[in-house]
Design a protein. Structure first.
Lengths: 259, 246
């Protein structure tokens, strides 16, 4: 509520800057991300130069977006679990062994692990660049422009809208507990928090009913209207420019396959 | 535009409650009138408000808006004519951007996409919130949220505006600004509130509901000047407020 409690959540990934990447059409950026992911997946495991070029393309886009490197690195940590799996592959895989320091590891596994790590890091970073340069509302509008079913976009939109509200409530519940001396350190002290979460569930359910009523009051007929704002003139950065980096990556991947 | 309201013998009972929340309630509001709906907690004010828009169908009794019954095939028309502003703006604002939320009502009414931006801009300008159009509702202050919630309803150009506790959570300046805004509208206005000074500021007439019926129907200034009469229905002016007769 109000101005009291603010925290950062799913809706606050946008890093506000004025850059060509920020100004690109959201739907073009979504398509570019998908193409880039395809290029990563298609690149052969041992095409080191191709992965390096993908990395260079991505670095150029992130640079053009004027995103702080620290923020991008921190958010790209979501790829960490994949890196864990990638680190196991050289030990788990079969085939001829090579020496890695004092260890003998599978050569195939080493390449597979390396490729998985590269794909995970580059893919996650590309997603980070998309979400840091596109507001959630624009992203949803972009998905709607890409003909994602309106009801799906609507569900995602209202989920994101209320996620923050629920997180705020949970945060307030925890503050209210702390204010009365509750300071859980061990798992068995979590009972009040669990009870709080239960209460929150009921409250959220009730809110859902009220939101629905408020929608009905404004003439909602169980068919979500198309609220996409009409395309506003020619966008500064069009499809071709927005897709160019991803297309370069695709060419690199194709080149690596054909070599 | 404004329209009249006519409620006759309205009775409602929630499945889990022991008695009737509304118990044969009668109420007439003339077109263009501004009426405060007062009463203690649990007296049925919000339940009545939900009936006016057809969100709760009448179990017995009738509700008419501008001469049309609030039921059946008239519901879409009634929901256009009666704008309901909910107590918690977070219940009302569900879209990721203010502009889209304000466009939601007009879109449901079939306003073509090309004309919607103008309708949205007009509604936001009416509540002095034109600059908030591209913002996310979560990032608005309490007062801003409330003004935007009002805009989402004004965008439907209602003939009757029903507000449920519009001043809760507002700071004094926000409260005064809301009062000035409401008084300037030419719709029929029904304000459900515990805020008696706000009722005095906005509504020449007050109706007190208690036990599911209208128990007092009087000019607001006259009612607020009679503390004994207020006290019988758990109402009182805030500390330090005294209203002289006349």
């Amino acid at each position: 509520m109000g101005g009291g409690l603010r925290h950062r959540g799913a809706l606050h990934l946008l890093v506000e800057r004025d850059s060509p990447v920020h100004r690109a059409r959201p739907e073009a950026k979504v398509v570019a991300l998908v193409l880039f992911a395809v290029a990563l997946a298609a690149t052969p495991e041992r095409a080191l130069a191709a992965f390096a070029l993908h990395g260079a393309v991505l670095a150029l886009v992130a640079g053009a977006a004027r995103l702080p490197a620290g923020t991008v690195r921190r958010r790209a940590l979501v790829a960490l679990p994949f890196l864990g799996v990638a680190a196991l592959l050289p030990f788990a895989a079969d085939g001829p062994r090579v020496a890695l320091g004092p260890l003998a590891v599978s050569e195939d596994g080493l390449w597979a692990g390396g490729a998985l790590a590269a794909r995970a890091v580059l893919g996650a970073t590309a997603a980070v660049v998309l979400t840091a340069t596109t507001s959630v509302a624009d992203l949803l509008a972009g998905l709607a422009h890409l003909r994602l079913p309106r009801v799906v976009v609507g569900i995602v939109a209202s989920m994101l809208r209320y996620l923050d509200l629920v997180a705020d409530q949970l945060h307030r519940t925890r503050l209210a507990m702390a204010a009365r001396g509750h300071d859980p350190r061990w798992l068995w002290q979590a009972r009040p928090l669990a009870a709080g979460a239960g209460t929150l569930f009921v409250r959220t359910y009730e809110r859902g009913e009220r939101v629905h009523q408020a929608m009905l009051a404004r003439g909602f007929t169980r068919r979500l209207p198309d609220l996409r704002p009409p395309p506003a003139g020619a966008p500064a950065i069009g499809w071709a420019a927005a897709l160019a980096p991803a297309l370069v990556s695709l060419l690199v991947a194709v080149g690596a396959i054909l070599r | 535009m404004s329209a009249s309201l006519r409620v006759r013998g309205l009775t409602h009972r929630y499945p889990t409650s022991s008695g009737n929340v509304l118990d044969g309630l009668d109420l007439d509001v003339a077109a263009g009138e501004r009426v405060a709906l007062l009463g203690p907690n649990g007296s049925g004010k919000t339940t009545l408000a939900l009936h006016l828009n057809g969100l709760i169908p009448a179990q017995s009794g009738t509700v008419e808006v501008g001469g049309r019954p609030v039921a059946g095939e008239h519901l879409p028309e009634v929901r256009r004519r009666v704008g309901l502003v909910f107590q918690d703006p977070d219940d009302q604002l569900f879209m990721p951007r203010v502009r889209e939320d304000v466009a939601f009502g007009p879109a449901n009414l079939g306003v073509p996409a090309k004309e919607r931006p103008a309708v949205v801009d007009r509604a936001l300008a009416a509540v002095d919130a034109a600059h908030l159009a591209e913002r996310h509702p979560h990032h608005l202050s309490g007062g801003e949220k409330r003004r935007v919630a009002l805009a989402t309803v004004l965008a439907m150009e209602p003939d009757v505006l029903v507000l449920d506790e519009p001043t809760s959570g507002l700071d004094p300046v926000g409260r005064r600004e809301l009062a000035e805004l409401l008084v300037a509208l030419d719709t029929t206005l029904l304000v459900v509130t515990h805020d008696l000074p706000f009722a005095l500021q906005t509504c020449p007439r007050s109706v007190v509901i208690d036990g599911g019926r209208v128990v007092i129907d009087a000019p607001t200034a006259e009612l607020l000047a009679d503390p004994d009469r207020l006290a019988r229905h758990r109402l009182e002016l805030p500390f330090g407020f005294v209203l002289g007769p006349g």
